[in-house]
Ligand binder design. Structure first.
Ligand SMILES: N[C@@H](CCC(=O)N[C@@H](CS)C(=O)NCC(=O)O)C(=O)O
Length: 213
């Protein structure tokens, strides 16, 4: 029955799962694995053939892919429901998560945050062209989310947070840690209102990995 989360402390995807675990009130053990290392351990590759993080292990049940993990935790365990039941709200939640994964993660996290914030923390020079390209591409993502969002409440509608909010929150936290990202967000009032509330969530604050060094 014990839950073991294999992950890298700075990963936004791992933080999504940690937020879900926190929202559900579930205890778990963490195993650190750096997917960016040249030598990802063979025993981790046996769990996740694509060498990404996270992977959740519960006894003999091994599960990778963040959305699958998040849904499993929500459906298999008691605690607050993190998925709406109404078909349209549930579809909206799935759509928002897919938008974030398909179009948001790379520019917001891997281009803007990684270059403006993480690279200097690691003693490396930021790549200004990559940041500019990331900001450019992030505008379309934020615009799409703004068009779908309610007025400052949960992204998929309804009265409480869904997995869509927990999916975006760690990426938004990294994005606005870059001054260019914080400035870009200001152009999207519904997302600003959403972030004002979401950024205070204890599940987000308690899973802040900080920065290296
Ligand atoms: N589709 C995967 C994506 C996970 C992912 O990309 N994780 C990043 C860390 S945030 C990773 O492992 N990156 C390693 C790499 O790109 O080599 C999921 O939803 O779990």
């Amino acid at each position: 029955m014990a839950l073991v989360l294999h992950g890298y402390r700075y990963s936004v995807y791992v933080r999504i799962v940690r937020m879900v675990l926190a929202e559900k009130g579930l205890a778990y053990t963490s195993r650190e694995v750096n997917p960016f290392a040249a030598d990802v351990p063979a025993d981790y590759l046996a769990l996740h053939p694509f060498a990404r993080v996270p992977t959740l292990v519960q006894d003999d049940f091994v599960l990778y892919e963040t959305t699958a993990i998040a849904r499993y935790l929500d459906e298999a365990f008691a605690g607050p429901a993190l998925q709406p039941t109404a078909p349209r709200a549930r579809a909206r939640m799935a759509q928002i998560i897919a938008i974030i994964d398909s179009y948001g993660y790379w520019p917001m996290v891997r281009q803007v945050f990684s270059q403006r914030v993480f690279a200097p923390a690691m003693g490396n020079a930021p790549d200004a062209a990559m940041i500019a390209d990331g900001i450019d591409k992030s505008h379309r993502v934020l615009g799409a989310l703004e068009a779908l969002a309610g007025d400052g409440g949960p992204l998929a509608g309804g009265a409480s947070w869904s997995l869509a909010d927990l999916h975006l929150a760690p990426m938004m936290a990294y994005f606005v840690a870059a001054p260019e990202g914080a400035f870009a967000l200001r152009g999207f009032p519904k997302l600003v209102a959403w972030w004002r509330v979401m950024s205070m969530a204890s599940s987000l604050r308690d899973t802040d990995p900080g920065l290296p060094g």
